[in-house]
Design a protein around this ligand. Structure first.
Ligand code: GDP
Ligand code: MG
Length: 167
C-alpha cells in the first residue's frame, strides 16, 4: 500500500511536530511562532507493506491580504488536489474561524479525512476532552476523530495504523 497523506490545519496546531514524530527525525522546523513552515515538505515513511508519503503544509491562514499568507495558502491548497488521506490537525479544546476555513477546504474532498485532535497532553482534566470530541463529531460527521499528542507520541501508532488502512 502506498499513497500521499496531507497534513493540514491552521498555524501552530502541531503539524510539523506530528510529521517529525511519525518520521522519527527532525525534518520539519517546529516553533511556537506561527508561520515556521513556509513551504510544503515531504517525508516518506516505509514499513513492511506500507509506504506513506506525508506532506507537511504551511498552515492555512485567514488573512489572505498578506502576500506571504496567500503564498502559503496556495501551496497548501495545491497539495490537496492529489492526496489519498488528509490529516486535519486541530487543537485539543479550541475550534477557531481558521479551523472552520480549513474544514471548508477539506470537507468536499473525496478522500478520507482523519481529524487529529492534538496536544491532549496539555489537558489538565482529561474529562474536558470528551464534550469537545462529541461536539467535533457533530460538526464533522464524516471525519474519523483521533486524539493524539504529537510532542510525546501519544496515540501516534494508532493514527499511522488508521492511515495505512486508508491507503
Ligand atoms: P505547525 O505550525 O502546525 O507546524 O505547529 P508546530 O509543529 O510548529 O508546533 C507549534 C507549537 O506547538 C510548538 O511549540 C510545538 O512544540 C507545540 N506542540 C506541537 N504538538 C504538541 C503536543 O502534542 N503537545 C504539546 N504540549 N505541544 C505541542
Ligand atoms: Mg509547521
Amino acid at each position: 500500500r502506498c499513497g500521499y497523506v496531507a497534513i493540514v490545519g491552521r498555524p501552530n496546531v502541531g503539524k510539523s511536530t506530528l510529521l517529525n514524530h511519525i518520521l522519527g527525525q527532525k525534518l520539519a522546523i517546529t516553533s511556537r511562532k506561527p508561520q515556521t513552515t513556509r513551504h510544503t515538505l515531504l517525508g516518506i515513511k516505509t514499513e513492511d507493506n506500507v509506504q506513506a508519503i506525508y506532506v507537511d503544509t504551511p498552515g492555512l491562514h485567514k488573512d489572505a491580504e498578506k502576500a506571504l499568507n496567500r503564498f502559503m495558502n496556495r501551496s497548501a491548497s495545491q497539495v490537496l488536489r492529489d492526496v489519498d488521506v488528509v490529516l486535519f490537525v486541530v487543537d485539543r479544546t479550541r475550534w477557531t474561524d481558521e479551523d472552520e476555513m480549513v474544514w471548508n477546504k477539506v470537507r468536499h474532498l473525496e478522500c478520507p479525512v482523519l481529524l487529529v485532535v492534538n496536544k491532549v497532553d496539555r489537558l489538565e482534566d482529561k474529562t474536558e476532552l470528551l464534550p469537545h470530541l462529541e461536539w467535533l463529531a457533530g460538526q464533522l460527521p464524516n471525519a474519523e476523530i483521533v486524539p493524539v499528542s504529537a510532542l510525546h507520541g501519544g496515540n501516534i501508532e494508532r493514527l499511522e495504523q488508521l492511515v495505512a488502512e486508508r491507503l
